[in-house]
Design a protein around this ligand. Sequence first.
Ligand code: NAP
Length: 302
Amino acid sequence: MSTVRDDMPTVLIAGGSGLIGGHLTRHFKDRGFRVYKLTRKPTKHGHIFWDPSQEKISTSKLAKIDVLINLAGENIGSKRWTTTRKAQILASRIESTEFLATVIGQMPNLKYYIGASGVNCYQNLSGKTFSEEDAYGSDFLATVVKEWEAAHQRVLSQVPGSVLRISMVLSRHGGSLQLMKQPIYWGLGAAVGPGTQSSPWVHIDDLCRLVLFAYDQRIEGTYNVLGANATNIEMTTRLAKWLKRPLFMPNIPAIVLRFLLGERAILVLADLKASNQKVKDTGFTFKYTSLDSAFKSFFKRG
Ligand SMILES: NC(=O)c1ccc[n+]([C@@H]2O[C@H](COP(=O)([O-])OP(=O)(O)OC[C@H]3O[C@@H](n4cnc5c(N)ncnc54)[C@H](OP(=O)(O)O)[C@@H]3O)[C@@H](O)[C@H]2O)c1
């Protein structure tokens, strides 16, 4: 049971109604912070209305805000990447972040800003481990990240803060793990494409701990956020082991995935390794650095 303390800071999470926002809200509330969420569909106490596409926001609580976390953006994996959907994915991040930059002046108590970004921002180049000083790639996701981070800088020119290049978030409920679990659970699990392609991942608890750490330590700059990198085969076999399910299907060929998912197949076929050295150099320690430790936290009973 969390108890908000009057001496603790107030956090505002833009896009706080989603997967990461829900976990962050609990994480901060459990430590006594007051948390508000900016949402286009306010339904609960603690929700604050905004509609960045219309440049509308309810301003009554803004003067109380100490920490602003910006996660807002249309879900990247949920729908086919048509031209319209791509425009929505991009605009929902740029418009909302640029709009926040215009309302910062109404937050006189604001001490710290965290902007979400994605680690899928580098070139598609296997065999290299990317760190933050490497150049942006040129595909759709890299372009989204580049423009999103430029918008975050408009906020960061007014208040100290950081940009977190988040990798695939592993959480017990929802997100990528839920999607990977279903076919394995029904005995239809298989690696995809060559299976040797790597993806960076982070446990949701580590992400929440890092957000709090970033605020506490007032770290600045742009950081890759990952506990480790794992190949698709590792991810699939470790998950099957923890779900106690057999894996006997052959890999799903890349061509089939491209047919089923369209350009969005890059989310599972891209081969990316990233470094988390920069964030570790701030003094932050990841608790989950192996898939087994992460899956144990989700699936071990008793
Ligand atoms: N989950 C991951 O694995 C992962 C990995 C890397 C980066 N990220 C990034 O981290 C952020 C949060 O991730 P998540 O998994 O929590 O996402 P999510 O569950 O899809 O939630 C995103 C939130 O953004 C808000 N939103 C959506 N479209 C919007 C729009 N057009 N204008 C304003 N707000 C909009 C929604 O809030 P309302 O509908 O309530 O307004 C929604 O709750 C995202 O931007 C995502 O790209 C996530």
